[in-house]
Design a protein around this ligand. Structure first.
Ligand code: BES
Ligand code: MN
Ligand code: ZN
Length: 497
């Protein structure tokens, strides 16, 4: 999809559909809060006001109505989309409205879609969100459907800001980079495990790195053995697919003061069968998304390479397949981690924390001063927060605040979760330094407590994305399947350092 910005009056915008945003008619001051929408209403002889008088359109979020061949507009159609109450409306809502507009129009063969926005102080932020929403809404994980679509795709999306400033073009371009990075991550996650093996994930990461001018290094099994990554190797040993540790490096022209080096770590289990502690078959097909954390950090690096923030960033993605088999690790096995601590593998399905443990240690040894990991780590976070919020755990208050602020800026929903030494009671093993599970209760917290042992004294934040990386149902603004969460959030700390 091509992205354009146009600052001319709306009547001059030639397109298949010009979309205007109208709010819930019960909003304070009515639904026509935006001047640009009032202009569209006036140019159409009060069409939107008339809509409000029937039940055809009331301005509820994502409602739509279409006016064909509006006389005084160059657009072939005027589309009004509902945005809910105007006093509750945020940039994050606009991102969704824009996505919903694209998803409404895309099955209707509309190559050129325009969205009318307000000029003013928030215009750049809004144009950025609109562009992101449009690109994210357009994404469809349908690469394996062989039946050809009869309809034309949306080829061009125009953010229209009448009287807007030239700076808008920059904001739109940045948004395009960010949303494309997120869609790139979604494309990786949407690949089934028979195609997206650890080696292929490494290949794709290195391909991006080569295109964008990043350094890419792939540590293989022999190297992991030399280093002593016993926890990572233990998880991988049941699979015929060899494990890899993908390392992508971005270095800024000028280092920040005081020096900082951000490590982004993503869980890359290309398929999680549970191993010998095998999962029930119902829903197991979804465990191809257990590499969503890895996809997110690779996607984030894609954008970081283009946006060139003033901080060194290293992405580290351990990629393995968790399988049962004659060589698989068994419950009760004891592995020695890179940090030297021993772990009793009580449950082979708690594999994410094992691979991340070694990589947290490795990241510290690579000189990372701050660590942020993203992982589809626990079913317990889904019990706690459902499919809505990402759980955030942090060993450092300043870094937690940075990450929560990143979520607000990016429009991702993040909720702070506790870490407390009292939970250590649950992480006791009779035979090793640590067990890999902490029992039934507080499973998302004990998993995070386990990771904290390996982040050690380095400020570290952990995002449990098990509930949010995959959409169980399509939304008006997003397809069913990989959400690309938390690519936008991961980018923000680096961009704002
Ligand atoms: N990949 C799963 C977590 C998960 C669950 C992701 C649901 C997405 C949706 C993880 O490896 C896992 O199996 N965790 C176990 C840990 C338990 C054995 C301590 C879990 O949450 O059940
Ligand atoms: Mn598991
Ligand atoms: Zn897993």
């Amino acid at each position: 999809m091509q992205i354009q910005v146009d600052t001319r009056p709306i009547e001059q915008i030639e397109c298949d559909a010009l979309v205007v945003v109208a709010f819930d008619k019960d909003s304070p001051g009515g639904g026509l809060a935006w001047e640009v929408t009032r202009t569209a209403n006036a140019l159409t002889g009060g069409w939107i006001e008339q809509l409000y008088q029937t039940a055809e359109f009331s301005g509820k979020a994502f409602e739509t109505a279409v006016l064909h061949r509006p006389q005084d507009l160059a657009a072939r159609r005027l589309v009004v989309i509902g945005a809910g109450k105007s006093d509750k409306f945020t940039t994050a809502d606009l991102r969704r409205v824009s996505g919903a507009a694209v998803r409404f129009l895309k099955p209707k063969s509309m190559p050129v879609v325009a969205l009318a926005l307000e000029a003013g102080a928030a215009a750049s932020e809004q144009a950025g969100a609109a562009v992101e929403g449009a690109l994210l809404g357009d994404f469809e994980p349908d690469q394996y459907k062989t039946e050809k679509k009869e309809t034309k795709p949306v080829e061009t999306f125009i953010a229209v800001v009448p009287g807007g400033e030239p700076a808008l073009a920059g904001a739109a371009q940045r948004a395009e980079i960010i949303a494309n990075a997120q869609n790139f991550a979604r494309a990786l996650v949407s690949e089934p495990a028979n195609r997206m093996t650890p080696s292929l994930l490494a290949e794709r990461a290195c391909q991006v790195a080569a295109e964008e001018g990043l350094e890419c290094e792939v540590l293989d099994q022999d190297r992991m053995r030399q280093l002593g990554m016993g926890a990572l190797l233990g998880v991988a040993q049941g699979s015929a697919e060899p494990p890899v540790l993908i390392v992508m490096r971005y270095r800024p022209a000028e280092a920040p003061e005081p020096p900082a080096h951000l490590g982004l770590i993503g869980k890359g289990v290309t398929f999680d069968s549970g191993g010998i502690s095998i999962k029930p078959s119902e829903g197991m097909e979804k465990m191809k998304y257990d590499m969503a954390g890895a996809a997110a950090v690779i996607g984030a690096m894609h954008a970081i390479a283009r946006l060139r923030p003033a901080i060194a960033v290293t992405a580290l993605a351990p990629a393995v397949e968790n399988m049962p088999g004659g060589r698989a690790q068994r419950p009760g096995d004891i592995v020695t981690t890179l940090a030297g601590k021993t772990v009793e593998v009580v449950n082979t399905d708690a594999e994410g924390r094992l691979i991340l443990a070694d990589v947290l240690t490795y990241a510290r040894r690579q000189g990372c001063t701050h660590l942020v990991d993203a992982a589809t780590l626990t079913g317990a976070i889904v019990v706690a927060l459902g499919y809505v919020y990402i759980g955030v755990f942090a060993s450092d208050d300043a870094l937690r605040e940075r990450v929560l602020e990143a979520g607000r800026a990016a429009g991702d929903k993040l909720w702070p979760m506790p870490l407390d030494d009292d939970y250590k009671e649950q992480l006791k093993s009779a035979f090793a330094d640590l067990p890999n599970t902490g029992g039934r209760w507080g499973g998302a917290v004990t998993a995070a407590m386990f990771l904290k042992e390996f982040a050690d004294t380095t400020p570290w934040a952990h995002l449990d994305i098990a509930g949010t990386a995959w959409l169980e149902e399509a939304k008006p603004y997003l397809a069913k399947g990989p959400s690309g969460v938390p690519v936008r959030t991961l980018l923000q700390p680096a961009l704002r350092w």
